[in-house]
Design a protein around this ligand. Structure first.
Ligand SMILES: Nc1nc2c(ncn2[C@@H]2O[C@H](COP(=O)(O)OP(=O)(O)OP(=O)(O)O)[C@@H](O)[C@H]2O)c(=O)[nH]1
Ligand SMILES: [Mg+2]
Length: 300
């Protein structure tokens, strides 16, 4: 399945929310206050959030008192697409030597699952992957990642339970360099933004990694659970204050009607969505493509 069909089925519930919007454009009538009100309501229902008002305002300016036509829908689609403009959704790789990816996000957002999916994807591309189990707070977290490494048949570097995550990261970078790995993916604890010391630790991991590979981590991906909609964005804003993030992975896009929240990510965070999680299986991770996303939203 290509991105379009996958994203289309993953967005089933979000599309239900959007289908109301698509229906609006099929109505006979005019772009008047009542129409604009309905457009606004429906965008909010899809959890588009703060991006809603500017979209409605632009439609008002461009079309007030004109007939509702396909042109209006095209305009709204383009407005939505513009929300993603100017951000590079491509993952970055090191020019030479191992690419280091650091994965951060709150408990249960889907970090470990996403790491497995990313590892699988990179392996499919012929890259040699090593995992670093830097979530040393929970023994179960290390076990979970170990099971994935066995399934994926890739190396994993881990420490004793409760050991210093930054020292595990250090060992992992050493291993990645020695074994000439292409990609090192670092799992981190599910941090709550209120836990100051945990945030400081993320920073410490970062610094330790940099000491060995100055331009690493090449990506610091923040994992956000799409089912929490606008809350995920609030969470990300807290994270961003302390951790330098380079992109977002939006997980669990399947099974939520809040997929519209993605539209306010750039506005609120200024970060690109690089990948989306569309299911629990290892292959259920897609690179994000704004055109397909917007087309899928408006396809019945
Ligand atoms: N449906 C769906 N479920 C997902 C997706 N990504 C992750 N999950 C599920 O979300 C749950 C939590 O995932 P984990 O990967 O363990 O999350 P985590 O962030 O590592 O959690 P902690 O280690 O506890 O902080 C698991 O049941 C996953 O199967 C997705 O894209 N779609
Ligand atoms: Mg985990």
């Amino acid at each position: 399945m290509g991105f379009f069909s996958k994203i289309k089925s993953a967005l089933a519930k979000t599309r239900e929310a959007f289908s109301g919007i698509a229906t609006l454009f099929g109505l006979k009538g005019r772009v008047d206050q009542a129409f604009l009100k309905q457009l606004e309501e429906k965008l909010y229902l899809a959890d588009v959030g703060p991006a809603t008002a500017p979209i409605v305002e632009r439609v008002r300016q461009a079309f007030l008192d004109k007939e509702i036509t396909g042109e209006v829908m095209q305009f709204v689609k383009q407005e939505i697409l513009n929300l993603f403009a100017g951000l590079d959704a491509q993952p970055h790789f090191a020019a030479s030597g191992p690419t280091v990816l650091m994965i951060a996000g709150v408990n249960g957002s889907g970090k470990t699952t996403t790491i497995a999916k990313l590892a699988h994807r990179f392996q499919q591309e012929g890259r040699r992957v090593i995992l670093a189990a830097c979530d040393t707070f929970r023994a179960a977290a290390v076990e979970q990642l170990t099971i994935w490494s066995q399934r994926l048949q890739c190396d994993i570097v881990k420490g004793q339970s409760g050991s210093d995550p930054a020292s595990v990261a250090h060992d992992a970078v050493t291993a990645a360099l020695a074994r000439k790995a292409d990609v090192l993916i670092i799992d981190t604890a599910g941090r709550l933004h209120t836990q100051d010391h945990l945030m400081r630790e993320l920073d410490k991991i970062r610094r330790v990694v940099k000491r060995q590979i100055p331009d690493a981590p090449h990506e610091t991906l923040l994992i956000l659970d799409a089912t929490t909609g606008q809350n995920a964005i609030q969470q990300a804003m807290q994270f961003k204050k302390v951790v330098e993030c380079t992109g977002i992975v939006l997980t669990k896009l399947d099974g939520t009607a809040k997929g519209g929240a993605i539209l306010s990510i750039k506005q609120k965070l200024g970060l690109p969505v690089k990948f989306v999680g569309v299911g629990e299986k290892i292959e259920d991770l897609e690179t994000f493509d704004a055109n397909s996303y917007v087309d899928a939203l408006f396809t019945s």
